[in-house]
Design a protein around this ligand. Sequence first.
Ligand code: KG4
Ligand code: ZN
Length: 362
Amino acid sequence: MIVLGIESSCDETAAAVIQQGDTGLKMLSNVVATSMDKHAVYGGIVPEVAARSHIEYMNPVLEQTISEAFPGLSRQAGWQKIDAIAVTEGPGLGGSLLVGVSAARTLSITQNKPLYAINHVHAHPFAAFITEAAMKDYDLPSFAPKFPMLSLIVSGGHTQLVLFGSAFDYRVLGRTHDDAIGEAFDKVAKIIGLPYPGGPSISKAALSGSSDKYHFPTPKPAGVYDFSYSGLKTAVLRTAQKLIGEDHRFPSGSIKNRLSEAQVNDIAASFQKTAINIVVDKTMKAYYEFSPRSVVIAGGVAANHELRGQLESQLDIQPFYPDIKLCTDNAAMIATLGVLKINANLSKADPNKLEISPSLSM
Ligand code: KG4
Ligand code: ZN
């Protein structure tokens, strides 16, 4: 079985082809075009800019995805190899989702392929199920995670712990009730003057800073597995205001020019340590409570080295992390969950009716 995945929920326009073989799931192609550079100047994603970029990139990305998946075949011969289309229906930015869903619906009708609607957050950990690739530059596991699987999904929009009995039988143990962890990295980076996206730039600055320099409080949300990151972001803001001799009324956008490089590095390291400790502590607590057979860390923040290091030293099994290129948004994870949805005999979407679901939850 061969499935084409399409993803456009945020600032990545992506398509990928996944083949289910006797030995596992093989990635035949994986194309991502990002509009991140266009947002960097604003320090965060601008929805209208993202949607316009999806319109510009979608067709070239699809063409490239099909031609790379089936080298030597004509466009139409390539399309004949595709058995189904899987598309992100939500959650995400409305205008962005609309471009991917419209493309998928149109292709489903014109190429006569069944259509499957996929939840983006649900798909993130399934990138770890890809064990083979036609391309060389991917670091993939040699076997897929086993169920029950504990998954920590950490991205710019989501922070949640999910216990999967199987791919479609799961329990959300907890989630964030305000900011996501990646969003906290992005907002803190903006305050201290580091470039967007904040995750990689904070990690880099943290290498030259001291993580014990500042002590930020750890939030205590209601549920044991719930998360909260807005208080941490505010604590960083207050510390930065104090460092430059100003009070809480001082505008956050004007702080960066008055911090020294050493102060920026120390804030980055101290913030990163606190932010990562929070997710690691809850993951370990769930690991001991539920004794899963595998642990998968997924989403853009799974690229973080502090997170990987802390978990590896605390868990007594080796956690799975998708390859960095499969941690951030991609369509290979969407196609993978599409394959599993077909295997589980779950219902197709109607290509004449499928609507976007910007606030879809798991
Ligand atoms: O999964 P993703 O690509 O998009 C969403 O679905 O949100 O995640 C993007 C997020 C951004 O907030 C970015 O700052 C964060 O992942 N991120 C990181 C790192 N690389 C990306 N956060 C911490 N450390 C990193 N190395
Ligand atoms: Zn994502």
